[in-house]
Design a protein around this ligand. Structure first.
Ligand SMILES: Nc1ncnc2c1ncn2[C@@H]1O[C@H](COP(=O)(O)OP(=O)(O)OP(=O)(O)O)[C@@H](O)[C@H]1O
Ligand SMILES: [Mg+2]
Length: 266
């Protein structure tokens, strides 16, 4: 009866809105603009994003840095419209609030901080909608060196992937991103659980295959973000610095300079 009770409760959960205006061929020009964006979790929660304003141009590689709890992942939460935000986010000049949620989310690829897989085969995890051929999927598997760990696409994923390491699960997400070829790729600490060799491989794979994409990467490793086009430095929900890494490093009193100093890079 407890199961029945729970199932009944689930039918009464408030549903996410399904409506919105479809736009053909969106996004052709994957630029992103945040305009006065504020976010708080729950009604009485404190603001975790405070009046964010920034732009990420098409095909730009941007990195978000900042301490734990600074609001980095919350920027991604806002982008995916997981919670209602104040202010507006535009992708390719379209306000994301006006798009159907499904359309918005299916055009963003994320490699999350702690990816969860579905119990089933490797194939169903890499291609849940059955859009690709086995050859295409295996090619993506090889690109991220996962063929070292799995023998074929019938490989069984048990218990939502609990028997795979976080790094391996992230590799599966990257392989999925390779297949989907969306124009906006988001990496949340995607390589923090990998050894250096694997990390270098992932970065070269991203450089090679995602040239035409806008990339937003969250990273704790300062060394890694130095060759990005743009850095967004977050502190307690506020965007405190934004610009090219080299320019930010010129400001010896700046937050990013201090981070680089701590990492022994300046
Ligand atoms: N689902 C949630 N409900 C309530 N509060 C949340 C939720 N997710 C995050 N927060 C709070 O929002 C703030 C920002 O969290 P966020 O996850 O964006 O930080 P972060 O910069 O990604 O940190 P980390 O580097 O540890 O991943 C924190 O104070 C956190 O406690
Ligand atoms: Mg985070």
């Amino acid at each position: 009866m407890t199961c029945f009770e729970r199932a009944l409760e689930y039918t009464q959960i408030e549903q996410e809105p399904k409506n919105g205006k479809l736009v053909d061929n969106w996004p052709t020009d994957p630029k992103i603009k945040f305009e006065n964006v504020c976010l708080s979790y729950g009604l009485k929660g404190k603001q975790v994003l405070k009046n964010l304003n920034f732009r990420i141009e098409s095909k730009e590689k941007a990195a978000i840095v900042g301490r734990t709890g600074a609001g980095k992942s919350s920027i991604i939460v806002a982008l995916f419209r997981m919670y209602d935000i104040e202010g507006n986010i535009f992708i390719n000049s379209i306000n994301t609030k006006t798009l159907p949620l499904e359309k918005l989310r299916e055009n963003l690829t994320i490699i999350p901080q702690d990816p969860i897989l579905f119990t089933g085969s490797m194939r169903s995890n890499l291609d849940p909608y059955g859009k690709y051929t086995d050859v295409e999927i295996w090619h993506a598997v090889k690109e991220v060196n996962l063929d070292r760990h799995i023998s074929d696409l019938h490989y069984i994923v048990n218990d939502c992937g609990a028997h795979l390491s976080v790094g391996q699960r992230q590799l599966i997400c990257i392989a999925r991103a390779l297949l989907d070829r969306h124009k906006i790729i988001i990496l949340d600490e995607a390589t923090s659980n990998m050894d250096e060799e694997m990390e270098a491989l992932i970065h070269s794979t991203i450089d090679k295959h995602f040239k035409e994409c806008t990339i937003i990467s969250i990273s704790h490793r300062i060394r890694q973000v130095l060759n990005y086009d743009k850095l967004l430095v977050m502190e307690e929900g506020e965007l405190v610095e934004c610009g090219k890494p080299k320019e930010l490093l010129k400001n010896t009193q700046g937050v990013f300079y201090k981070m680089a100093q701590k990492a022994n890079l300046v």
